[in-house]
Structures are given as structure tokens and as C-alpha cells.
Ligand binder design. Structure first.
Ligand code: PEP
Ligand code: MG
Length: 424
């Protein structure tokens, strides 16, 4: 037992310059750790609530209600608890809130507290965070996938993420592939007269007039590196379907006309036939269950149908959705659900169902490498942490390199499955 001695909080900024709450835990023996809440830009209707004074954005004053929640509610509930008992702390946070989506204490408060407790618990035990969070020594590592390009704000692919999925099981080789294709894509973009700028998630911010020309250019850039689609890499898309769903169908800016779910499914099938596309995230709005099921059946394993907003990292939603045949993959973002234990439970459930699990960043991030440890501890198939640029993204990938090195030192080569391309 290492008792929590102090729970403090401060307002900081995230990678998009938006104020966030950072919670700091002090435990017996002088252990001290802090974590800040990440933030999504496309937030699903089923995800944990952000407690803030929206009228005060973008100043730090927006964090005042979250600071009050820590001081008045969370601090008294956690002081004296065992910092190493993550499940008990997270249960206490849920009971303290007493409702759904942390509307009382704030999902941002819950996740920052939960992650800071996990960090402090790991320090208290002297173990790496991924070992502290895992029941057993990890037997494999997640494969990094990259936001190689993101639709530029104001372009007709806004909110579309273009993902590069290396097939190698080796983290360093996957990262090398990410940076090589990123550089080759910059050269291709320059050749077409496009100015290159970073997207907020570390990919190239692109405005190429649609999904098809963007996928084509990425495949060409990969070929410039000697890589073959389907052999060395696959492509993924995050469509953020909920952002474009309306009463007249899906009004994606890249399509001349509104698309019915049947039109949209046909378009996706066409893309899967044309490109090495094996990962379709949030292809529809979460409420469009028949469309999810239909697409999954028609793709029949050729491409994974992956739920982000659909599941909002919630084990019960994943359980129900997978049983109903809606998807064969799930994103896990701790701030969608509110605590580290819930995120780990969702990962364990995904593994039991045999679906692909993807631990993911949010677009508003910080320099923390917490999600890398979560992905390793939870046995995730993939780590989706943005493009291989900007420290808020690279910090996560670099930590994967360190963990890979540590695991290979502990065990003779060959005994550890370095990583897996997922269950697809
Ligand atoms: C995503 O949708 O997968 C994502 C990382 O973006 P955001 O966090 O903005 O929802
Ligand atoms: Mg998404």
C-alpha cells in the first residue's frame, strides 16, 4: 500500500493551443506524477464529457470548472487510497461521478486523474508503466500506423485521415517506413505545386480534391520508396462519418451529391478493389447500424470495418456492436471512456472477441507517451499516434522503440513476437 497524499491540478495548453486540465498526484514516499487530458476535434455523441467553461475558451480560465472538480470532489475521494490499485481508484472515480459519461466530475478530470495515478503507481513500484498496467509480461508489441496525410481545413477531405499501415512486425522498420513515405509524399506534393505543411496530427495537410487522388499519391510516394501496396503496407481511412450524416444522406464534401448508405458502401467497396485499402474507420455515423453490418458483410474480411465514434472505447458498446456484427475493429482512446481501467477492459474485450484493437491519440495531444504504454499493456494490435512528425506524436512512437529495446534485452531474440499485424 502506497497512499495517495495529494491531488492537485493546473491548467495547461494542448498541442492545438486549447486549454486542458493537468492533474498531479503525490504519493507516499514522495512519488509525484502528472498527466493532462487529451481532446478530440471530432467528438462522438457517446464519449465522456469535457467539463469546462466554453465561454472562456481559448483562455486558461476555461479550465476553472475542472480545477474546482479536482479540488472539491476528486481530491477528498482519493487521498489515502492505494496509488497502486488502479482499478479501485478508477472505480472510486466512477462512483464519485455516479452517472454516465462523467457529466458531474468531468471526463477530462477523470482521465487526467486516472492516468496520473497510473504513472505515480508505476513510479511507486519501480516498474515501467506498461508492466504496472499489465497483468503479465507483454508477449508482443502494437504496430504503429501513421496519419501520413490529413484533409486540410477548408478542403473537400476535411476530417479525413489517410493512414499508412506497415506490414512489418518490427517497430523500428515500421517507423522507418513512415518517415520515408512521409518524405516521398512531400516530394510528390511539391512536384504537383502544393505547399507542404504539417497537419495538427503530424501528417501532411493535403488538399488534392478528394480521397481517390490522395490515396493514389500516397501509393505513388510509397512506390518511390520501393514499397509495394499489399505486401509492404496497406492504406487506411478514417472517414469521420458522423460529421457528414444528415437527413438527406451523407453529405461528404468530396462527393458532388449526397450519398445514401448504399451509394457510400459501393464507393468504399470500389476503393477496396482499387487501392491496398484494408482499414475503414467510422465509415458511417454510429446510429446507422444496418449500414455498418452491411459493409462488414460485403467486405468479408478484405478490409477491417473499425469503430471509433461507434464504440467510444466503451466495453459494453463494443460487446453489443461486435455481437451484432457491426465491426471487426475498435479504436480505444482513454479520454472517450474516462479511465485507464475502462480502456484496458475494452482492450481485453476486443481481444476476447478477436477483433483488431487500435489504441489511439486524440487530435489535441501533449508530449505524454501514456498511450504507448497502454497499447503495450493492453496487447493492442495497433498504435495510432499520428504522423511521424511533431513531438506530440513522435513522443508516442519513440517510446515504442524504447519498450521494444527493453523487451528484447530481457529475453533472447526470437522468443518474443515483436509485433503483429493485427488480427485481420
Ligand atoms: C480520430 O478521429 O481518430 C482522431 C484521432 O481524431 P479526434 O481525436 O479529433 O476525434
Ligand atoms: Mg476516428
Amino acid at each position: 500500500m502506497r497512499a495517495i497524499r495529494e491531488v492537485g491540478a493546473r491548467a495547461v495548453f494542448d498541442s492545438n493551443g486549447i486549454p486542458a486540465i493537468e492533474v498531479e498526484i503525490v504519493a507516499e514516499g514522495g512519488v509525484r506524477a502528472a498527466e493532462a487530458a487529451p481532446r478530440g476535434s471530432t467528438t462522438g455523441e457517446f464519449e465522456a464529457y469535457v467539463l469546462e467553461d466554453a465561454a472562456a475558451l481559448p483562455t486558461l480560465a476555461a479550465v476553472a470548472p475542472a480545477l474546482a472538480s479536482v479540488a472539491d470532489l476528486v481530491r477528498p475521494a482519493l487521498i489515502g487510497r492505494d496509488v497502486c490499485d488502479q482499478r479501485a481508484v478508477d472505480t472510486a472515480l466512477r462512483e464519485l461521478d455516479g452517472g454516465a459519461w462523467f457529466r458531474r466530475i468531468g471526463g477530462n478530470v477523470a482521465v487526467a486523474t486516472s492516468m496520473a495515478v497510473a504513472r505515480a503507481g508505476a513510479l511507486a513500484t519501480g516498474r515501467p508503466l506498461y508492466r504496472h498496467l499489465a497483468a503479465a509480461r507483454p508477449s508482443r508489441l502494437p504496430v504503429p500506423m501513421f496519419n501520413i496525410a490529413d484533409g486540410a481545413v477548408g478542403s473537400n477531405t476535411v476530417y479525413t485521415e489517410f493512414l499508412l499501415l506497415p506490414t512489418t512486425r518490427e517497430p523500428a522498420a515500421a517507423l522507418d517506413q513512415g518517415v520515408r513515405v512521409r518524405a516521398a509524399l512531400a516530394a510528390r506534393l511539391a512536384g504537383k505545386g502544393h505547399r507542404c505543411s504539417d497537419s495538427t496530427q503530424g501528417g501532411w495537410s493535403v488538399d488534392l480534391g478528394g480521397c481517390e487522388p490522395t490515396m493514389e499519391l500516397i501509393v505513388s510516394a510509397a512506390e518511390d520508396c520501393g514499397l509495394v501496396g499489399g505486401r509492404d503496407f496497406h492504406l487506411g481511412l478514417d472517414l469521420s462519418g458522423a460529421e457528414f450524416a444528415g437527413p438527406a444522406g451523407y453529405v461528404f464534401p468530396w462527393s458532388a451529391n449526397p450519398l445514401s448508405t448504399a451509394d457510400l458502401a459501393r464507393r468504399y467497396l470500389d476503393w477496396v478493389r482499387t487501392y491496398p485499402l484494408t482499414f475503414l474507420e467510422d465509415a458511417f455515423a454510429p446510429t446507422d447500424e444496418a449500414a455498418w453490418r452491411g459493409l462488414r458483410e460485403r467486405l468479408a474480411g478484405r478490409a477491417a470495418v473499425v469503430g471509433d465514434d461507434l464504440f467510444a472505447s466503451d466495453a459494453e458498446r463494443i460487446d453489443r456492436g461486435v455481437a451484432a456484427g457491426l465491426a471487426d475493429g475498435a479504436l480505444i482512446k482513454p479520454n472517450q471512456v474516462g479511465t485507464v481501467t475502462q480502456a484496458l477492459d475494452a482492450l481485453a474485450l476486443g481481444a476476447r472477441h478477436g477483433i483488431s484493437t487500435v489504441v489511439s491519440q486524440r487530435s489535441g495531444e501533449n508530449a505524454s507517451d501514456f498511450i504507448t504504454h497502454l497499447a503495450v499493456a493492453g496487447g493492442a494490435d495497433w498504435l495510432k499516434a499520428g504522423g511521424p512528425a511533431r513531438m506530440d506524436r513522435v513522443a508516442k512512437f519513440n517510446e515504442l522503440l524504447r519498450i521494444a529495446e527493453e523487451l528484447s534485452r530481457e529475453q533472447p531474440a526470437g522468443e518474443t513476437e515483436a509485433a503483429s499485424g493485427g488480427r485481420r
